[in-house]
Design a protein around this ligand. Structure first.
Ligand code: ZN
Length: 152
C-alpha cells in the first residue's frame, strides 16, 4: 500500500488536531460504531431538533483514516439540515466506493475529498466510512424516536 498517497496533509492535520472530539452532554442520540477489520471505534453524539444537525461530537480510537474522517464529517455537517447532511454522506459514500473513478466534489464534501485516494484501497474503505455511517445511523435513530413520539 502506498501510504504516502493516502496520508495526505489534510488527513494528517485532522488526525493530529481532531475537530469536535469531546462528547457533549445530553445528545439526542448516541451511537457506537466499530470497524472490526481495523480495530477502529467511535462513539458519536448527535444533537438535532429534527430539522438541522445542531451538533456532532465524538470520541474514539483507531487508525488515522478513521479518526481524521470522523473529524471531517463532524465539522462538515454541523448546522446543515438533515436532508443536506444525508446528501453529503451519500456523496462521500459514492466517492469512497468508486474505486477511484469519483474524485468527489469539494463544494459538497469539503475536506472529505482528501479521502478520494482511499477508494483505491478496499481494506481502508470501512475506516473512511466509519464516522459518516455513524452520523447516518444517528439521524435514522433520532427520526425513528421522533416518529414514535408523534404516534403516542
Ligand atoms: Zn482503520
Amino acid at each position: 500500500m502506498e501510504l504516502d498517497s493516502l496520508y495526505q496533509e489534510v488527513i494528517l492535520d485532522h488526525y493530529k488536531h481532531p475537530q469536535h472530539k469531546a462528547l457533549s452532554p445530553n445528545p439526542t442520540v448516541q451511537v457506537h460504531h466499530v470497524n472490526t477489520s481495523c480495530g477502529d471505534e467511535i462513539t458519536l453524539n448527535l444533537h438535532t431538533d429534527g430539522i438541522s444537525v445542531n451538533n456532532v461530537t465524538w470520541d474514539g480510537v483507531g487508525c488515522s483514516i478513521s479518526q481524521a474522517s470522523t473529524s471531517v464529517v463532524s465539522d462538515l455537517v454541523r448546522g446543515k439540515t438533515i436532508a443536506e447532511t444525508l446528501a453529503i454522506i451519500d456523496a462521500f459514500q459514492a466517492m469512497i466506493q468508486s474505486k477511484g473513478s469519483d474524485a468527489g466534489d469539494e463544494d459538497i464534501l469539503g475536506d472529505g475529498v482528501a479521502f478520494a485516494g482511499v477508494a483505491k484501497f478496499p481494506a481502508r474503505v470501512k475506516c473512511a466510512l466509519l464516522g459518516w455511517m455513524a452520523v447516518k445511523d444517528a439521524l435514522a435513530q433520532s427520526e425513528k424516536a421522533q416518529s414514535e413520539k408523534n404516534e403516542r
